[in-house]
Ligand binder design. Sequence first.
Ligand code: ADP
Length: 446
Amino acid sequence: MIKKVLIANRGEIAVRILRACKDLGVQTVAIHSTADADAMHVRLADESVCVGPPHPRESYLNVPSVISAACVSGADAIHPGFGFLSENATFSHMVEEHGLIFIGPKADHIAMMGDKIMAKKTFARLGLPTVPGSEGAVTNINKAIKMADEIGYPVLVKAAGGGGGRGMKVAHSRFEFTEAYETARREAGIAFGNDRVYLEKYLGQPRHIEFQIMADQFGNAVHLGERDCSLQRRNQKVWEEARSLVLTPEFRDNFGKKIAEATAQFGYLGVGTLEFLYENEKLYFIEMNTRIQVEHPITEVITGIDIVREQILIAGGSKLSVSQNDVSFRGHAIECRINAENSDTFIPSAGTITNYHCPGGPGIRVDSSLYDGCKVPPYYDSLIAKLIVHANDREQCLARMRRALGEYVIEGIDTLIPLHMKLANNPDIIAGNFDIHFLERLNRED
Ligand code: ADP
């Protein structure tokens, strides 16, 4: 059993993890940069350690500082949250070498899934359908052109080490291909230190559908159904729903079980998400995330399962507290990501929150680290809060979302609240009529 957790993160996810620890009676240690000395996660933790200056490289990504903070504070485990060090296999290995528990999967599974080519190969071997494309990395422009012709345009050039919606270039014809290929390779080399790329058919109207899974060290694995995360800007999600409107209960059950079995088969440990694109009534695997996801709360509210609690318990050596038969779904949930960004231009916004009022009432959950007078520093990801709404059905959920967005006051910086209000009133969204390109189209029309 884990007794003390160091949370190697900041913002709303650090607060979320703190809450799970407190509910379990586990002690908490926050880390922070000098820019975050007054942050909510620092205030709520039992102890805190400053790990460096504002720039993430010097603080939240500073491995020696983070591991030293865990050792001096007597923590027995590190929870990485998402982003920062959460998918860094070397970090997780170092954590274990220091006699600490890394709350996440084994280092070799992080490495395996961090390489998208390897991830696709692994799940294809385990019987899951993948997006049609090159078998592995393409290293030679002539072979790449031949391969792209075979796949058929439009073709997507993707970085093996890509993430966060970056490292993708689309070519609509052979004429555009060489540039897309060279640019993707160059950018991937700079951004991810790995210039291996592969090709995928660029799907025209897919939905992004992902399955949540949890697995323990005793070979038990369950799925918690799916989320539809099609509403994205620059390949990054802004609005998520559970469950999706497109899978039948039978399809969900069968496919979910297949995924859970596949993850159990390769000995996966902890929580994870398998991401798919859905087109023509078929799901195609694109990647696996080996960490807690931003959008996990919508699954929590419809299943009643605290995924972060399970994650901590599994890492401490416990069995999953639920079997597949215990998992059921109630109602509909939507999450709106409240980013500190301009709603029209998506330009990040930093500053001091001069007035803060959080929505409440039936079916509303807000995961945030905000308070009146708090600072939103310019150095970090723009996600500052998540508004999660739950209701008996989707129609009531949308009505509640409109009510909650109307109540939410965040002054002093720009946020995505106006965009979400527009989406919650949009006839196509209300009708459930959208795919991953919906937001781009909406922006073009405006
Ligand atoms: P990341 O790791 O950067 O999140 P993903 O592979 O998960 O990258 O893809 C992110 C998003 O990019 C998807 O949700 C989807 O919107 C878009 N995308 C990825 N692959 C394709 C594809 N083959 N066709 C069309 N869109 C795609």
